[in-house]
Write a new protein. Structure first.
Length: 365
C-alpha cells in the first residue's frame, strides 16, 4: 500500500523518448498518450550546471578565484563543493552541534536558526550543503558575513605553496580588509579551500574566522538558486526528463538536489563518510559512489509518463506525493515524486517495479 500522502497512478502505454534527444538537443520532452505522431517536442532552457569536475581547482590561485566567483554569483552550492573536506565536515559538525560560529557573524545567527526551524522536515534535508547555503544567503541579506566575498577580492597573491598546502592573500573589495585563504590538495590533486580568514582570525576555526572591523552590508537581495535554477522540475515529466539527462551526464550532485527531503535522508543513511576522504558532503558522496557503480536502475530509454498519471498529478497538493510506473524498454520502474513548497516536483524514490523493500531513494549498496 502507498504511504500516507501518496497517490498511486496506473501506467498506460505511451511513446518512447530517447536519451540522445535529451543530452544532445538538451530539450525537455512533453508528451501526451498515444503514438509517435502525436509526440510534441518542447524546447527547454535546460543547461547542465557546472559539476565538481568542471570547477577549475588545478592550483591554489585558480581554486581561490573559483571560490570568490561562486560568492559573487551567489552560487553557494558551488562554493560548498570547493571547500576542503576538513571544512565540509566542520560545517556538518556545526549543524549537528547547533554551533554556527565558523559560518557567520553573531548578528545573523538568529535569522539562520529561525530559517532552519522553518525548513526542518520540509523540502530539504538540513545537511551540511543546505545549511551552508542557508547561512550564506542569510549573511548576504542581513550583513552577517565573517569574510565578505560577495563583492569579490583584489590583489590575490600566492604567498606560500608546497605539496601539502598553500596560502593566498588578498583584499576584500567590499571593505578593504585583508583576507587569507589556506588551501590543501585532495587525493585527486585538486586544490580546495580549507579556510578563509581575516588577519585577526585563527586557522583553527574553519571555514571562516575573524572579527570584521567593518560589518558586511545588508544587501536585501532575493536568494538565487543558481545551481537549482538550471534543473527543470515544474512537472513530473520535466523532472523525469531532467533526471534522465543528469544520469546520462553523470551529474549526481544535481540529482541529489532534485531529491525531496525523504530521498536525501535515505541517501545519507546509505552513504557513510568513509566512502571518500576527498568529500564531506552527502551530495558529493553520492556523486562519488555512483561514478563508481553507475546509476542503480536503467533510465536510458524511459517512456514518457502516461497522460492519465499527469492528469492525476495536477491534483496532488503541496507536501503530497504520487507513485506511478514508468516503462523502460521491457522493464518498468516504480517512481515516487513529491510536490515541494514551491509547487515544483522532487524525486523521492525510483526502484524496479515490485521491489517493495528496496531502500529510498534507490539502492546504493
Amino acid at each position: 500500500m502507498p504511504s500516507r500522502g501518496t497517490v498511486c497512478a496506473v501506467r498506460a502505454p505511451v511513446s518512447r523518448w530517447t536519451l540522445l534527444v535529451l543530452i544532445l538537443a538538451l530539450v525537455t520532452a512533453s508528451c501526451g498518450g498515444g503514438g509517435g505522431d502525436d509526440t510534441q517536442q518542447v524546447e527547454s532552457s535546460f543547461t547542465p550546471p557546472r559539476t565538481y569536475e568542471d570547477l577549475d581547482l588545478s592550483g591554489p590561485e585558480a581554486a581561490v578565484a573559483e571560490f570568490i566567483s561562486a560568492f559573487v554569483r551567489r552560487d553557494y552550492i558551488a562554493a560548498a563543493l570547493i571547500l576542503h573536506p576538513d571544512a565540509q565536515r566542520a560545517v556538518s559538525t556545526a549543524v549537528n552541534e547547533n554551533d554556527l560560529t565558523g559560518l557567520i557573524a553573531p548578528n545573523a545567527e538568529s535569522a539562520i536558526v529561525a530559517r532552519m526551524a522553518i525548513e526542518r522536515d520540509g523540502d530539504h534535508l538540513l545537511d551540511g550543503i543546505r545549511v551552508f547555503e542557508i547561512a550564506m544567503e542569510e549573511a548576504m541579506t542581513n550583513g552577517g558575513f565573517i569574510v565578505d566575498l560577495a563583492s569579490g577580492a583584489e590583489g590575490l597573491t600566492l604567498r606560500t605553496s608546497d605539496q601539502y598546502g598553500a596560502v593566498v592573500e588578498g583584499i576584500l573589495s567590499s571593505n578593504g580588509s585583508d583576507v587569507v585563504f589556506e588551501l590543501a590538495p585532495t587525493s585527486d590533486e585538486r586544490w580546495r579551500i580549507r579556510s578563509a580568514r581575516l588577519t585577526n582570525g585563527t586557522p583553527l576555526q574553519i571555514p571562516f574566522s575573524g572579527i570584521p572591523t567593518v560589518d558586511s552590508p545588508s544587501r536585501n537581495l532575493e536568494p538565487r538558486d543558481i545551481w537549482r535554477s538550471t534543473l527543470p522540475n515544474d512537472s513530473p515529466q520535466e523532472l523525469l526528463d531532467t533526471i534522465v539527462a543528469l544520469v546520462g551526464l553523470g551529474d549526481y550532485v544535481s540529482l541529489y538536489l532534485l531529491l525531496d527531503e525523504t530521498g536525501q535522508r535515505g541517501a545519507a543513511e546509505q552513504l557513510p563518510p568513509s566512502i571518500s576522504s576527498d568529500h564531506g558532503l552527502v551530495a558529493m558522496l553520492l556523486d562519488t559512489r555512483l561514478d563508481t557503480t553507475g546509476f542503480p536502475v536503467d533510465v536510458t530509454e524511459a517512456d514518457p509518463i502516461a497522460s492519465e498519471t499527469l492528469t492525476i498529478a495536477q491534483d496532488v497538493g503541496i507536501g503530497e506525493a504520487i507513485t506511478f510506473a514508468v516503462t523502460v524498454g521491457e522493464n518498468a520502474l516504480d517512481v515516487t515524486m513529491a510536490r515541494d513548497s514551491a509547487g515544483a516536483w522532487r524525486l523521492r524514490r525510483m526502484v524496479p517495479v515490485g521491489e517493495l523493500t528496496a531502500p529510498t531513494p534507490f539502492s546504493l549498496g
